[in-house]
Ligand binder design. Structure first.
Ligand code: DGY
Length: 325
């Protein structure tokens, strides 16, 4: 089986593929145009796909009828038309669990950075403006005993809730497709409606898988209902929030602050006015960027490809129906 890997990944994954006797191709330059990417896809049997920039949509499956498997180097699969893949019998794999701790660490980091105004204060220091001790200036807020609202309490949301409970004894409320019994039992998490979630959270953190029907679900009508002291955290997908509405809510102090590891659009334009605000911390989608998580993702993506090359079920498959078609 010929495997196209569009960007270098940790060596462990490549070695696993080669040791399994697979022919691996990684292009020398990594900033492929869509045309170059598509041509490589057409001449391979499987793809280990890094990044969400190239879409596996209905056209892709028409253009690349030889593709048998797609192993994503991500847990998110919003850039794949899974229905179409299933129709064409293409197994799609992802990398859950191995990045849950790292990604929730970033949500936790953003929550604290915003609460204690870390970006604002760092900017002051960098501009030579340390300032005198001032009892009234740049005050943050404490998180102890506050309410953390989780939108999408799956693996990553659970880790975020667990850390926040342990560190700050936060009350956990959540809104999800299904109730999460483990979180209710171990973290005393309470299931609430979407309306209750947005109006009761002191910190609102998004951890759901993104679906097109949720595009810009967090917009002015939501920000208007959030508490004035609330902090909005998005480490999931930028598409969840309307960035202009978020800017307005922050600039007009309708909410207290925001921490973003994902933006809309992504990458963010350097001229985006949200970057000028002092109550915002923005990171460049580094949720899974630890050695441990990235090695785990490489291993898991390789395992998915190797299973597919043997005609076996991928260990982490988002469309297991392909095996019963
Ligand atoms: C994921 O795994 O989905 C991360 O967001 C990286 O794309």
């Amino acid at each position: 089986m010929k495997v196209f890997v569009n960007k270098r990944i940790p060596e462990i994954g490549i070695h696993m593929l080669e040791d399994a006797g697979l022919e691996v191709f990684i292009p020398e330059h990594e900033n492929l145009s869509h045309e170059e990417w598509l041509n490589y896809c057409k001449s391979h049997d499987a793809i280990l796909s890094v990044g969400g920039g190239f879409k596996f949509d209905a056209d892709f499956f028409i253009e690349c009828p030889n593709i048998k498997a797609i192993a994503l180097y991500s847990v998110g699969f919003d850039h794949v038309d899974v229905h179409e893949a299933t129709q064409k019998n293409v197994a799609v794999g992802n990398t859950p669990d191995v990045l849950s701790k790292a990604t929730s660490d970033v949500a936790f980091l953003l929550m604290q950075s915003v609460a204690r105004r870390a970006s604002y204060n760092f900017e002051k220091v960098k501009s030579g403006n340390w300032g005198d001790f001032d009892p009234l200036h740049a005050l943050g807020q404490e998180l102890y005993g506050k309410t953390l609202g989780i939108f999408g309490l799956g693996r990553i949301g659970f880790e975020m809730a667990k850390k926040s409970k342990a560190a700050f004894d936060m009350d956990i409320i959540y809104h999800n497709r299904h109730q999460n019994e483990e979180a209710e039992k171990n973290l005393n998490a309470k299931y609430v409606s979407f309306e209750e979630l947005i109006s009761q959270s002191d910190v609102l953190s998004i951890h759901a898988n993104f679906k097109p029907e949720q595009n810009e679900l967090f917009n002015s009508s939501v920000f208007d209902k959030m508490k004035k002291n609330s902090i909005f955290i998005n480490t999931a997908r930028g598409g969840f929030h309307n960035q202009k509405d978020l800017y307005d809510a922050l600039a007009e102090h309708k909410i207290w602050g925001a921490g973003l590891d994902v933006t809309n659009p992504e990458p963010i334009f350097k001229e985006d006015p949200i970057l000028e605000l002092s109550n915002v911390c923005v990171l460049p989608h580094i949720g899974s960027a630890t050695e441990e998580a990235r090695n785990g993702m490489a291993k898991m993506a390789a395992e998915n490809i190797i299973a597919a090359s043997k005609g076996e079920k991928m260990p982490n498959c988002v469309n297991p129906e392909v095996y019963t078609n």
